[in-house]
Write a new protein. Structure first.
Length: 107
């Protein structure tokens, strides 16, 4: 087996979808708690989740902070549709608001 063909099995065959979501966390809500809620809502389609930015400043109320997440979605068997990923994100945002009082950060 050549080295080129040996590496083929490592590559995923379906494309991924990346979405960035900026959230406002009330005081006392941890990024870990938000991450757990996002993973539950994302289910098996959420392949990777990472925090890439945090903001504290005058645009937020006292005790609040903005945390931006990068969400990577993939289905190993098929290509995901944009509307499908949008629905997962909307479900996650609703769960975050209901469970942790976390809301999407507006521009």
């Amino acid at each position: 087996m050549s080295s080129a063909s040996a590496g083929r099995g490592r590559w995923k065959q379906t494309p991924f979808v990346v979405r960035d979501v900026a959230l406002v966390l009330p005081g006392g809500v941890t990024a870990a708690a938000v991450g757990e809620a996002l993973r539950r809502a994302g289910g098996t389609l959420l392949e990777q989740l990472e925090v890439f930015d945090e903001y504290r400043g005058p645009k937020l109320k006292g005790g609040e902070r903005g945390v931006a997440w990068r969400l990577t979605f993939r289905d190993p068997a098929r290509t995901l549709r944009e509307a499908e990923v949008d629905q997962v994100i909307m479900t996650a945002l609703k769960a975050l608001e209901e469970e942790l009082d976390v809301r999407r950060r507006e521009s």
